[in-house]
Write a protein that binds this ligand. Structure first.
Ligand SMILES: *[C@@H]1O[C@H](CO)[C@@H](O)[C@H](O)[C@H]1NC(C)=O
Ligand SMILES: *[C@@H]1O[C@H](CO)[C@@H](O)[C@H](O)[C@H]1NC(C)=O
Length: 458
């Protein structure tokens, strides 16, 4: 029964409603179809040939609209950008003379000539295909084709991290024809100026850590073996938002350096405390340096951040060195006081022996002499008598004999200097003063160093 009813309905309908059944085109679409058939007629239109063939080059006008800039990958040196790409060219053969533009289905692209534009510096790129290819084609009455497609491009970008974290990256996007040289296609920008700010909508989705500060538009001409190819180039300038790095990197590492100075006020005897403080600070600096560079490419140059962090590392290291020096001097001083004690005992002994000294005649001291070595007055094993007849015994070096070899003169000078310096250094006041001076000197030096590093960014 149902089947018969359906067949009956079909028969009735085919008689009464011809508009929905069978040929359902109205007059307007019929006319348009005819126009399209006429202009796309393969007898009239050869899609294998570019417009204007045999005449001047086709001028392709390029424009775009940024949808989002996903990310700048400093490790792989590229950036990902999502755009509406606009191309416009004039194909007089497609002029239809109607009083309005025709919006065509992208399938028509197979039947007409389209420029073979490609992204020169693209690593990967894709045309969005959900739900159908995201593409638009419009034909004006005069035959101007307006093409628009949604494209995501990952393009190479020469990343320069010399000034990291206050760096700006300039990432280019270059478009060119793949097969037609400048005798066939020339490209130009939609805009006459060089500022592409108007390509960026105000509410554009950008990365959180960069600011798009500038888009510079220019025309390019690449010379290849096959000819000179015209192209367009857009340069995006991204400025890094550095406040995060400033706090994490500069903040933390300066605090660590300051913490290491606290060792200067810890008493000298607290070896464990001071060493632990120094080592911990040192390791923390290394960790910060590592943390910063983990997400960075292994570049051959030194980044500003590295300079600063290595500087901080150096400062922490120097505080450790200072402590070691103090410990060393303290040890030496102890040794010396023992020596002095010994000498004092020797002196006592010498007093009694002074009369028997054989190489001590008429107030002149005989020098010990060897053939090939420097002559020197070894007073540590000799004794002198002063006016009050007491014996003075020192380990001090005295002026060398006048007739000595020049090399020996220098040796004496150096030894004398070392001796005098040692005498000055090995006092309690100096050793304790070292910590005190360092506590003032290190912050001043660090402040100067920080200023120096900041000048790098200017
Ligand atoms: C285009 O021409 C049609 C008639 O062919 C007319 O109805 C229509 O209003 C015109 N449109 C414009 C925008 O002039
Ligand atoms: C390409 O351009 C260069 C100058 O930029 C010119 O010397 C050369 O002849 C051109 N080559 C062709 C094939 O037009």
């Amino acid at each position: 029964m149902k089947l018969i009813a359906l067949i009956l309905y079909g028969i009735v309908c085919s008689l009464l409603c011809p508009r929905t059944f069978g040929r359902n085109r109205n007059a307007k679409s019929e006319a348009m179809s005819q126009v399209l058939s006429r202009i796309l007629d393969s007898q009239r239109y050869d899609s294998r040939l570019r417009p204007n063939y045999g005449d001047g080059p086709v001028v392709v006008t390029i424009g775009f609209w940024i949808l989002s800039i996903e990310k700048i990958d400093v490790v792989n040196m590229d950036f990902t950008i999502d755009i509406f790409l606009r191309q416009e060219w004039n194909d007089k053969r497609l002029g239809h003379g109607l009083n309005q533009s025709i919006t065509l289905n992208p399938r028509v692209m197979k039947e007409i000539w389209v420029p073979d534009t490609y992204f020169v510096n693209a690593k990967t790129g894709s045309l969005h295909r959900v739900t159908t290819p995201n593409m638009m084609l419009m034909l004006t009455p005069a035959g101007v084709l307006k093409y628009n497609a949604r494209i995501t491009i990952k393009a190479a970008c020469p990343i320069d991290l010399r000034k990291f974290p206050m760096d700006s990256q300039i990432c280019p996007l270059i478009l060119e024809s793949y097969g037609y040289n400048n005798k066939h296609i020339t490209y130009k920008w939609e805009l006459s100026g060089t500022d592409g700010k108007t390509f960026v909508p105000s509410g554009v989705r950008l990365m959180p850590n960069y600011k798009l500060t500038k888009i510079h538009l220019s025309l390019t001409m690449n010379v290849y073996v096959t000819g000179n190819f015209s192209g367009v180039r857009a340069e995006f300038t991204f400025k890094r938002s550095y406040s995060y790095f400033l706090i994490i990197m500069y903040g933390t590492s300066s605090v660590i350096v300051a913490v290491s100075w606290m060792g200067f006020v810890v008493p000298l005897e607290q070896t464990a405390a001071r060493i632990a403080l120094g080592i911990t600070s040192l390791l923390t600096e290394v960790t910060i340096l590592n943390m910063m560079n983990n997400s960075m490419p292994k570049v051959s140059y030194v980044k500003s951040s590295d300079k600063y962090l290595i500087g901080c590392f150096g400062f922490v290291f120097l505080t450790l060195v200072e402590y070691c020096a103090v410990l060393l001097l303290k040890g030496k001083q102890k040794q010396r006081s023992i020596q002095e004690h010994d000498i004092a005992i020797k002196q006592e002994n010498a007093k009694s022996r002074v009369a028997e000294q054989t190489n001590w005649i008429n107030g002149t001291l005989l020098t010990t002499e060897e053939e090939n070595s420097c002559r020197y007055l070894d007073l540590s094993s000799s004794v002198t008598t002063s006016n009050d007849n007491s014996v003075i015994l020192t380990s001090e070096f005295v002026e060398p004999a006048k007739d000595n070899k020049p090399l020996c003169q220098i040796k004496y000078r150096v030894q004398g200097f070392i001796h005098r310096a040692r005498k000055k250094i090995l006092t309690n006041g100096f050793i304790l003063g070292m910590d005190e001076y360092s506590f003032k000197l290190f912050p001043v030096a660090f402040a100067m160093y920080t200023t120096f590093c900041w000048m790098d960014y200017l």
